[in-house]
Design a binder for this molecule. Structure first.
Ligand code: SAM
Ligand code: SF4
Length: 350
């Protein structure tokens, strides 16, 4: 009998061909010994969708444009982190990153830093942009799609846009992104009956689904733990139809599983039921230049003020080191000690 799919220590071994990035820069290490390697940059708080688990129907109070970091300011922070601290990867996010005008220009500027450059997008405009972003130097892409049923998709995103997102996924594949990952937030009683359909979609299209547990970062504070579908339940549902085995896992939050028949892989992001805080290597920069050491942080370092008051690179580096030094061991979702961040996912940058 086939064993039940479970986590295994072999995930932490290196895959064939894995190469550590060689850098002479001293690493940026927090007080728990975790090295910062990954920066998530939100380029805007605005969005073309209104996903129920992320934003209210009427949207949020958008930041005035002059409060957004310019491309030059974003690149200065990223460059500093690459040169001083050996930062290895950058992910652009938002809000919806593609609503920021001239995004390929920023991609080209960041690609020049030689980091692994990725983006998370709702995919609605990739039909127009995928090729331009690829040619500008974007290396990897995640496209969010929580349902393959048009009416449900429209309910979840408050936009009748499934066709455009599916076209966006095709455009990303055609542009040469490989793999294309498809993010799906799974919510009990909303779309948990589509887990296997989304897996089948991934197998057919040659894209990799990333199933995400619902986190308490919704804008209206309506999150409850019973809405969370545990990652293990998702893996078991797929494994029953398309048998899975553990795949190599790096420092990224997704636990990866591959199909035993070789038809690709999936990832599950168990932020709530199996927090990966102990191996977290990421920090965040919000659209208005606030540096956060954790998605759930309740404090931030104001880099925009440093940038706009003539601060030197040493001043910026000092603010970053100080904030990283305050990074906590981990969030405590589901416990009485948990404090919800004042911002929603779209305002932080997921
Ligand atoms: N607009 C882009 C998108 O939707 O892909 C990028 C920003 S969005 C905030 C980044 C990711 O966060 C998306 O995959 C989205 O589904 C996920 N997300 C948003 N709110 C969430 C929540 N409360 N729990 C879990 N994931 C969430
Ligand atoms: Fe917009 Fe992404 Fe939030 Fe949906 S999840 S409302 S697409 S920022």
């Amino acid at each position: 009998m086939r064993e039940r799919a479970e986590h295994g220590p072999e995930w932490r071994s290196r895959p064939p061909g894995y190469r550590e990035r060689v850098t002479s820069s001293p690493p940026l290490v927090d007080s728990f010994g975790r090295v910062v390697r990954d920066l998530r940059i939100s380029v805007t708080d605005r969005c073309s969708f209104r996903c129920t688990y992320c934003m209210p129907a009427e949207g949020l109070q958008w930041l005035p444009r002059d409060q957004l970091l310019s491309f030059e300011e974003i690149t200065r922070v990223a460059r500093l982190m690459v040169e001083r601290f050996g930062l290895e990867s950058v992910r652009l996010t938002g809000g919806e990153p593609t609503v920021r005008a001239d995004l390929p220009v920023l991609v080209e500027m960041l690609a020049g830093l030689g980091v692994d450059l990725a983006m998370t997008t709702n995919g609605a405009t990739l039909g127009l942009l995928a090729d331009k972003l690829r040619r500008a130097g974007l290396g990897r892409i995640n496209i969010s799609c929580d349902s393959l049923r048009p009416e449900r998709f429209a309910e979840m995103t408050r936009r009748d846009a499934l066709g455009r997102v599916l076209d966006g996924i095709d455009a990303a594949v055609d542009a040469g992104f490989d793999p294309v990952k498809v993010n799906a937030v799974i919510i009990r009683g909303v779309n948990d009956d589509e887990v296997v359909d989304i897996a089948a979609f991934g197998r057919d299209k040659g894209v990799q689904p990333r199933f995400i547990e619902f986190m308490p970062l919704d804008a209206d504070g309506g999150w409850t733990k019973d809405q969370v579908v545990p990652a293990q339940e998702i893996v078991d549902a797929i494994d029953a139809v398309f048998p899975l085995e553990p795949a190599w896992r790096g420092p990224e939050p997704a636990a990866r599983w591959r199909y035993r028949d070789g038809a690709g892989e999936i990832g599950v992001i168990a932020s709530v039921t199996q927090p990966f805080c102990a191996s977290c290597d990421r920090v965040r920069l919000t659209a208005e230049g606030q540096f956060r050491s954790c998605l759930f942080a309740v404090r931030e370092a104001d880099l925009r003020t440093v940038l706009r008051s003539g601060g030197s690179d040493d001043d910026l580096a000092a603010a970053i080191v100080d904030e990283v030094g305050r990074k906590w061991a981990g969030h405590s979702i589901g416990k009485v000690s948990f404090v919800r961040p004042a911002r929603s996912m779209s305002q932080i940058g997921g």
